[in-house]
Design a protein around this ligand. Structure first.
Ligand SMILES: [Zn+2]
Length: 165
């Protein structure tokens, strides 16, 4: 279920959709754009960490949009007794994967890392992170890894899980 954004939400005052410059070519991103939230820039068809050129359009990047909308692309659910005993190392591992991926790919980020009962649920802005984080946990501590069938379908929510007793 999508949560309604409350009027006092920090993003509520930002008319994100109206800042999009689509009037001349609907559906197509401007040639040069910079995200005012994270300062990633869009050029040559991709988002990078290069500084946006002066005069770039202000355009929220897809990762910042997902974070503002609380709309993850997928999640990895961690469970089992090993998790409770090694929580800090496991979280460190997940953060390392994010840092490594994000340094090259601005759209790959952890959206939230939350406890759900005794489980830990990592929600991410890019479905591929579900797979990459799952593999990193498996490499480090074995366990049982279930990956999403595909991360190529951008419309499907990618669910994965990792369990170790
Ligand atoms: Zn951004």
């Amino acid at each position: 279920m999508r949560r309604q954004r409350e009027s006092n939400h920090p993003a509520a005052s930002t008319p994100r959709k109206s800042r999009r410059i689509h009037a001349e070519s609907p559906g197509k991103l401007p040639e040069l754009a910079g995200c005012p939230r994270c300062h990633a820039s869009y050029r040559n068809g991709r988002w990078t960490w290069e500084t946006p050129p002066i005069g770039s359009y202000a355009l929220d990047c897809p990762a910042c949009e997902r974070i503002a909308d609380d709309d993850p692309a997928g999640e990895l659910r961690l469970s089992g007794g090993f998790l409770a005993a090694h929580r800090d190392e496991i979280e460190g591992c997940l953060r390392n994967v994010e840092a490594h991926e994000k340094s090259e790919h601005p759209l790959k980020r952890i959206l939230s890392l939350r406890e759900d009962g005794r489980d830990l649920v990592v929600r991410v802005t890019d479905a591929k992170l579900v797979t990459q984080m799952g593999h990193a946990l498996e490499r480090a501590w074995a366990g049982e890894l279930v990956l999403p069938k595909t991360t190529a379908d951008r419309t499907a929510y990618a669910r994965g899980s990792w369990h170790r007793d």
